[in-house]
Design a protein around this ligand. Structure first.
Ligand code: AR6
Length: 170
């Protein structure tokens, strides 16, 4: 099954898809950027499930590069898949961890039976990853990953990020 890659400039919290991916942090307890917007718009149910996950499985937090699902609360999606991107570092190549976020999120999406999944540009905000490199990893990893997901939608917040992804997806 071929997965189609689509691009949209906009807000990930407005996407009517099966699953939206959250650029979370290990605590799973919220933050700024995409994470803040998802919890704000999705409501307290998401945080309740995140707390339960911390208590049951992730006492030390969700490790970087991994992914886990919760309800999407009041968002127009069914699930939120939380993943933790690596913080950009000049002195160390963390590309493998960033690729892992996309791969693991798609694995979780397959477990859920999700057919449409929206991703933000993970690690390119607070975590400081340059957009060009992050976009290349995002697009290549999704193209290389075996999945039953039919549509992967990259949701880019601004025009510049959209242009970078558009140059890669064509
Ligand atoms: N919809 C789509 N994209 C967005 C939205 C939105 N509503 N808001 C921001 N972006 P970031 P990170 C873009 O910072 O770099 C949080 O505090 C943004 O312009 O959300 O992985 C977490 O709790 C950027 O291009 O995620 C973590 O502590 C991209 O989404 C930390 O930030 C990712 O920016 C994670 O940092």
């Amino acid at each position: 099954m071929n997965t189609s890659l689509t691009l949209i400039q906009g807000d990930i919290t407005e996407q009517a898809v099966d699953a939206v991916v959250n650029a979370a942090n290990s605590s799973l307890l919220g933050g700024g950027g995409v994470d803040g917007a998802i919890h704000r718009r999705g409501g307290p149910e998401i945080l309740d499930e995140c707390r339960a996950l911390r208590a049951a499985q992730y006492g030390r937090g969700l490790p970087t590069g991994q992914a886990v699902a919760t309800t999407a609360g009041r968002l127009p999606a069914r699930w939120v898949i939380h993943t933790v991107g690596p913080v950009w570092a000049k002195s160390e190549d963390r590309s493998g961890l960033l690729a892992s976020c996309y791969r693991e999120s798609l694995r979780v999406a397959d477990d859920l039976g999700a057919r449409t999944v929206a991703f933000p540009a993970i690690s390119t905000g607070v975590y400081g990853w340059p957009m060009e490199g992050a976009a290349r990893i995002a697009v290549e990893t999704v193209r290389e990953t075996e999945t039953a997901v039919e549509e992967v939608r990259f949701v880019l917040f601004d025009k510049q990020a959209f242009a970078v992804f558009a140059a890669l997806v064509g």
